[in-house]
Design a protein around this ligand. Structure first.
Ligand SMILES: Cc1cc2nc3c(=O)[nH]c(=O)nc-3n(C[C@H](O)[C@H](O)[C@H](O)COP(=O)(O)OP(=O)(O)OC[C@H]3O[C@@H](n4cnc5c(N)ncnc54)[C@H](O)[C@@H]3O)c2cc1C
Length: 403
C-alpha cells in the first residue's frame, strides 16, 4: 500500500500498526541487530539515542531480516535515487512530488520546467508499476491547482528491462497494464535499463539521457548484508533452510521471508519473496519451535501461491488469482478488498476504509509532511527590542509544519 501513501490515497500512518499493539504477550526490544554469534547463541544489538549495546541470548533464533535495495553500484543512484521500500520512502516521494510541482509553477522555473516535471521510475515489476501509476494519477490531478502548470507538461516514464511489464503476471496481463498506462500518458520504455543519474538526467543503456532529477528505483533488491557474516549455506545471499525452515548447520536457528532460500518440495523451485509467503512461513516456524521445545515432530512448509494483484491507477487493476486472470475495475476492486482484509486489526481496516471512501468524494490531498523544527532565535537575538515581538510568537520548539 506504499504507493497509495505516496499518491495521497490514504493517510500516512493508517497502513501501519504499532508493534506494541500487535505483540501483547511478547517481550519486545526495539534495536538494531549488529552481529549474530551462532556459536555462543548471542545477538548483539544497539538501541537508544546514543546506540548503546546489549547482548541478547537465545535458545531459538528466527532470522527475518528481509531484503535491502541494491543500486548495483550505478553512478549517482545511491545519492540521488528514491526508493520504495518503507513508509518513510513513500512519504519522501509524496513530499518530493509536491516540491517539484511547487518549483515548476514559478516563473523562475521557466528554463528547468521540463526537467522538474519529468519523473522516471526504474523497474516494471509490481513496485515500479504501482508506484509509477499512482505518481501519474497524483501529479495529473494535482496539476490543476498550479496556475502555471498543465497536465500536458507532466511526464512519467517507466523504464523496464523486459519486453512487457509485470512479468510475474504473464504477457497477457502485462500487455493490458502497458496499454492502460499508455492511455494515461505514462511513457513506457521496454527493453531498457537505467545506467546512472547525474546533473544531466537519467542515463539509459540505449545511449539516451532523460533530462530529470527525479528517479524512483525499484529495480533491485538484495538479501540483508548481515546474512553474509553467518557461517551457513546460502543461495544468492539468502540463508538456505531445510523443509521445516530450520538452518541445517545450526539447530534452533530458523529463517523465513525475503532473507531465506526455501525450496518448494513439490517442484524443487524456490518460493518467491513475497509477504504472502513470509506470513505463512512465520506461522510454520512458530509451530516448529513449539514442536522442537516439546520434542514433537516438526512440519514442512508447503504453500501454493494464491495469486498476485497490482493496482495500476484510476480504479483499474490486474490480477491472477488461483490461476484465473482478472483485469480492469474488477481486479482493482479485488485488490482493495483483499488488501483491506489483510490489514491487521479492525481499527486499521476502518481507517483505511474511511480514507478510500473520502477519496471517492474529494480531490487528492496536497499536504507535504515535513519533520522540521519551527524557526527559533537565540536568547541574545530575542533580547533585541526589534526582535522581541517576533521571537515571542515562536512558541513551539519542535512543531511539524506542513503546507
Ligand atoms: C513496494 C513493495 C510492494 C510490495 N508488494 C507486495 C505485495 O503486494 N504482495 C506481497 O505478497 N509482497 C509484496 N512485497 C514484498 C513483501 O513486502 C516482502 O516479501 C515481505 O515484506 C518480506 O517479509 P520479511 O519479514 O521477510 O521482511 P520485511 O518485511 O522486509 O521485514 C524485515 C524487517 O527486519 C528489519 N531489519 C532489517 N535489518 C535489521 C537489523 N539489522 N536489526 C533489526 N531489524 C532489522 C527491517 O527494518 C524490517 O522491519 C512488496 C515489497 C515492496 C518493496
Amino acid at each position: 500500500m506504499l504507493h497509495e501513501v505516496a499518491a495521497s490515497d490514504i493517510d500516512i500512518t493508517h497502513i501501519v500498526t504499532p508493534i506494541r499493539k500487535l505483540l501483547r504477550r511478547v517481550r519486545f526490544f526495539d534495536g538494531e541487530v549488529e552481529g549474530i554469534d551462532l556459536e555462543r547463541k548471542k545477538v548483539s544489538v544497539s538501541h537508544g539515542i546514543e546506540h548503546h549495546h546489549h547482548e541478547l541470548e537465545y535458545d531459538h533464533l528466527v532470522l527475518a531480516l528481509g531484503s535491502v535495495t541494491n543500486f548495483f553500484n550505478l553512478p549517482g543512484l545511491a545519492e540521488r535515487a528514491l526508493t520504495m521500500k518503507s513508509l518513510g520512502d513513500a512519504i519522501q516521494l509524496r513530499n518530493l512530488l509536491i516540491e517539484r510541482l511547487e518549483a515548476g509553477d514559478f516563473e523562475c522555473a521557466l528554463g528547468s520546467r521540463d526537467e522538474l516535471l519529468t519523473f522516471v521510475v526504474a523497474g516494471g515489476g509490481f513496485a515500479g508499476v504501482e508506484t509509477g501509476a499512482a505518481m501519474n494519477d497524483f501529479l495529473r490531478e494535482a496539476a490543476e491547482f498550479y496556475p502555471h502548470l498543465s497536465e500536458e507538461q507532466i511526464r512519467v516514464i517507466l523504464v523496464h528491462p523486459g519486453e512487457v511489464i509485470l512479468p510475474e503476471l504473464g504477457p497477457k496481463l502485462g500487455a493490458y497494464a502497458q496499454k492502460k498506462l499508455a492511455e494515461r500518458k505514462v511513457e513506457i520504455r521496454p527493453n531498457t535499463r537505467v545506467t546512472g543519474i547525474s546533473d544531466r538526467g537519467v542515463a539509459l543503456d540505449d545511449g539516451t539521457t532523460i533530462p530529470t532529477q527525479t528517479l524512483v528505483w525499484t529495480a533491485g533488491i538484495s538479501p540483508n548484508p548481515l546474512l553474509a557474516t553467518l557461517a551457513c549455506q546460502k543461495e544468492r545471499g539468502r540463508v538456505k533452510v531445510d523443509a521445516n525452515l530450520e538452518v541445517p548447520e545450526w539447530p534452533g536457528v530458523w529463517a523465513l521471508g525475503d532473507c531465506a532460500a526455501i525450496t518448494d518440495p513439490r517442484t524443487g523451485a524456490a518460493y518467491p519473496p513475497t509477504a504472502q509467503h513470509a506470513l505463512r512461513e512465520g506461522k510454520v516456524v512458530a509451530e516448529n519451535i513449539l514442536a522442537a521445545v516439546a520434542g514433537k515432530q516438526k512440519k514442512p512448509f508447503v504453500f501454493t501461491t494464491l495469486g498476485q494483484l497490482a493496482a495500476i491507477g484510476r480504479r483499474t487493476g490486474v490480477a491472477n488469482i488461483l490461476g484465473r486472470n482478472f483485469s480492469g475495475f474488477v481486479a482493482w476492486w479485488l485488490w482493495r478488498s483483499i488488501y483491506l482484509v489483510k490489514l491487521p486489526g479492525f481499527e486499521r481496516k476502518l481507517r483505511v476504509m474511511l480514507d478510500w471512501t473520502l477519496d471517492l468524494l474529494f480531490s487528492k490531498d496536497l499536504v507535504q509532511f515535513m519533520t522540521l523544527r519551527a524557526p527559533a532565535v537565540s536568547h541574545e537575538e530575542a533580547e533585541k527590542p526589534e526582535a522581541a515581538v517576533g521571537a515571542r510568537e515562536q512558541t513551539s520548539p519542535a512543531a511539524v509544519p506542513s503546507r
